[in-house]
Design a protein around this ligand. Structure first.
Ligand SMILES: [Zn+2]
Length: 285
């Protein structure tokens, strides 16, 4: 991250399942109970100032829990595999910046902690926070924990690897990877929703429209679903278009991404909107 970005204390709030709306950028200063960790390369944290939470680390993932976690090592391994999978699919170099996962056993404890730390945040099931020089995910146990962690951790991995991601792409990628490996990013809920919007509201894919959205508070369920569809089209449709996306991410990382992705894609696929709609029609419901 560039120094001036560190000073902005950007808070990126993401609602897993992305059916709701949150504010992406809020101001928040560090609080007295802020956990401070200094990592060795792949080793455990050198210092931890949080007696209330047990901490362990693996491959730039730091897991903090307020309860004994039977499958602690397995969870770390799963997140590490997810990180590697994302890096592989997007041709990203493994980022050096760690992602901190704060996992609470009870919903009430999670809400109490998040509210105390970020009082201006609306209540959400799980959040990703990029504040100062730390990338953090907060979540609690429950039926949606696995997808919650995949979604929010994806934001963490992406922010660690690629600065200045457009909002639509940040969310589209998180939606793509939250379904887990082996499903090729297929999000059946989004497929059903978008097909319904086609039938009811004559919705048509429009990437340029998505690219204009810079405030998560303005993103609708349709925007999240369409963002996912464009990512799925780029990564999973016939005639491998993934280089368009991976080259764009590389240019974002190096600060040389002058053209929007829609412009780049139009050079490769002139009628991309029609092709994305056709791609949607081929997906299993
Ligand atoms: Zn999100």
């Amino acid at each position: 991250m560039r120094p001036h970005l560190l000073q902005l204390l950007l808070l990126s709030l993401c609602l897993t399942g992305c059916q709701g709306v949150g504010s992406r950028s809020l101001d928040a200063g560090p609080t007295a109970d802020e956990v401070k960790v200094r990592l060795n390369d792949d080793g455990p944290p050198a210092t931890v100032d949080s007696p209330a939470m047990a901490t362990s680390a693996s491959k730039q993932i730091v897991l903090h829990t307020d309860h004994p976690l039977e499958n602690r090592q397995r969870l770390l391994e799963d997140l590490s595999e997810e990180r590697s999978y994302i890096a592989e699919r997007l041709n990203l170099a493994p980022p050096a910046t760690p992602v901190h996962i704060y996992l609470f056993a009870k919903q009430a404890a999670y809400h109490d902690h998040v509210h105390a730390k970020f009082p201006q945040f609306p209540t959400r099931r799980a959040i990703f926070v990029s504040a100062d020089n730390q990338l953090s995910v907060y979540a609690h146990g429950g039926d949606h924990l696995v997808e919650d962690l995949r979604h929010e951790a994806t934001h963490g991995f992406l922010h660690a690897a690629t600065p200045n991601l457009p909002l639509w792409l940040d969310e589209g990628l998180a939606e793509f990877f939250e379904v887990g490996r082996g499903r090729e990013g297929l999000h059946r809920g989004h497929v059903d929703y978008l097909l319904g919007q086609q039938a009811i509201a004559n919705w048509k894919p429009d990437l340029e429209r998505l690219e204009q959205i810079t405030d998560a508070a303005l993103m609708t369920q349709l925007d999240y679903a369409e963002s996912w569809l464009w990512v799925h089209f780029l990564l999973e449709s016939a005639g491998d278009k993934s280089p368009v996306l991976t080259a764009y991410l590389a240019d974002l990382r190096s600060g040389t991404a002058e053209d929007a992705l829609s412009v780049r894609l139009s050079r490769r696929v002139p009628n991309a909107g029609d092709q994305v709609a056709a791609h949607l029609g081929k997906l299993p419901r």
